[in-house]
Design a protein around this ligand. Sequence first.
Ligand code: 1GP
Length: 250
Amino acid sequence: MNAFDRIMATRKTRGAGFWVLIDPDRTAPAEAAARAADAERAGADVILVGSSLLISDTFGDAVREIRSAVKLPVIIFPGSTAQISADADAILFLSLVSGRNPDLLIGQHVRAAPAIKAIGLEPIPTAYMLVESGTLTTIEYISDTKPIPRQKPDIAMAHALAAEYMGMKLVYLDGGSGAKEPVPTEMIRACYEYITLPLIVGGGIRSGDAARAAVHAGASFVVVGNALEKTSGRSLLTELADAVHSAAPA
Ligand code: 1GP
């Protein structure tokens, strides 16, 4: 089964998927592997690996060590064409559709696609939408794009529908790593009710309650990164996994 089918299967069997994001810039490869194994034990469904800005040169090592530590799908969440590895199961082939930066809409994709094909990595076409989060996030600064205003669910709906009509397979509503506020539940719900694509939601989710609220509003997959880096993470991991798996769109 390919990675896309595996993630869709977890959505079917568990209601929603809990995805743990590991930033190779903030976690040395051996520690990244240990954190991925902890996440797997706690019930995570996917390990995402990536960073909107990569300073270190350990990306390849991190993906390889994580791959050997877990059976879960290891999926790249790339910040640039530098983040490609044959050791991953798949890559979110992201187009930053909420912005108007052509390099992040199509430019980097043209440069990356031949390399992705050559190494046999599975691309998962994903519309990436950056949502205002109450602080200037790294992704907002680096991408040089304006996030969708928090009080404008209609803007998110129109972008999500355009992405669906363009043939994307997933829509990622992201406040950006370290977001002050998670994506508003009203915006998640508005997109959930308007389109048929599964929604990934992340950025600023730090508790089971916040994760549960995202799933209630219609998220199929919830991503948590930052909050798990700040503690040893194990009890929070279990809390988050249980919250995501016991919630359902209401
Ligand atoms: C960022 O959605 C991810 O792109 C995760 O965000 O690090 O704030 O959990 P956090």
